[in-house]
Design a protein around this ligand. Structure first.
Ligand code: FES
Length: 120
């Protein structure tokens, strides 16, 4: 792992406008997910291999937390009925869910994970 912490940080600085720190990378289980909230939006921060993704934490089929499901093959599986959601696109890869979940931009810097909920 490379760390590029800059000395003399004045606190509160985020790596780029619009990004907020949500957790340390090590808080997310390997090939697992951590549920966080940003601006009252529940988000599953997911580690899949060496990559980190963020998707809306509420399944598009019913109101259950995707972060409590299993992560494999680049997807997170809803534990209730078994739909898997592609971590890149948020699209379900199998029924019963038919609607995608929102995805969010993620940055990992200095061992911390930052999210942006920006629309663009
Ligand atoms: S609640 Fe997630 S697939 Fe049904």
């Amino acid at each position: 792992m490379t760390t590029s912490a800059k000395p003399g940080g004045s606190g509160g600085a985020s790596p780029q406008k619009g990004y907020v720190k949500v957790c340390a990378l090590e808080e997310i289980p390997a090939d697992g997910a951590l549920g966080v909230e940003v601006d009252d939006t529940p988000i599953a921060v997911v580690r899949s291999g060496a990559d980190v993704y963020a998707v809306n934490d509420i399944c598009s089929h019913a109101e259950v937390s995707l972060s409590e499901g299993e992560v494999y093959d680049g997807t997170i599986e809803c534990w209730l009925h078994g739909s898997c959601f592609d971590l890149r696109s948020g699209k379900p890869t199998n029924p019963p869910a038919t609607q995608p979940v929102a995805t969010y931009k993620v940055k990992v810097e200095g061992g911390d994970v930052y999210l942006s909920l920006g629309d663009d």
